[in-house]
Design a protein around this ligand. Structure first.
Ligand SMILES: [Zn+2]
Length: 119
């Protein structure tokens, strides 16, 4: 995952609003969005007009976003921090059938290594 600089956030928001306003320039104005981000040199502040189409698009975009690190909730504690092996970082138990299979395979692998004298 790449990180975004504060300037990227402001530029991306401006571009997002401009793209939507371009196709519906007479849309009803609902209000404003003000964003302040601290960059390397100064605090950058931007005020964007929030029209009905921009509001709708922003809500859809935010609701549609899925963080690739989000692997759902732990079956045991409900926590949202599952690692790549579906091991819960909160209760330290494997979550779901896939997590259980990985744990069983790892345990079997450990027994096999011990049986041939690696451990
Ligand atoms: Zn858990």
């Amino acid at each position: 995952m790449t990180s975004s600089a504060p300037d990227d956030v402001v530029a991306t928001l401006r571009d997002f609003v401009d793209r939507i306003d371009a196709v519906d320039p007479a849309a009803a104005v609902l209000g404003e969005i003000e964003v302040r981000v601290a960059g390397d040199v100064a605090v950058d502040k931007v005020r964007l007009t929030l029209t009905a189409p921009v509001a709708r698009a922003l809500v859809e975009a935010l609701r549609g976003y899925h963080d690739p690190r989000d692997r759902g909730c732990c079956d045991h504690c409900g926590g949202r921090r599952l690692d790549d092996n579906f091991l819960c970082l909160d209760c330290h138990r494997p979550s779901g059938l896939f997590g259980q299979m990985i744990m069983e395979r790892a345990a079997r692998h450990g027994r096999d290594r011990a049986a041939v004298g690696y451990e």
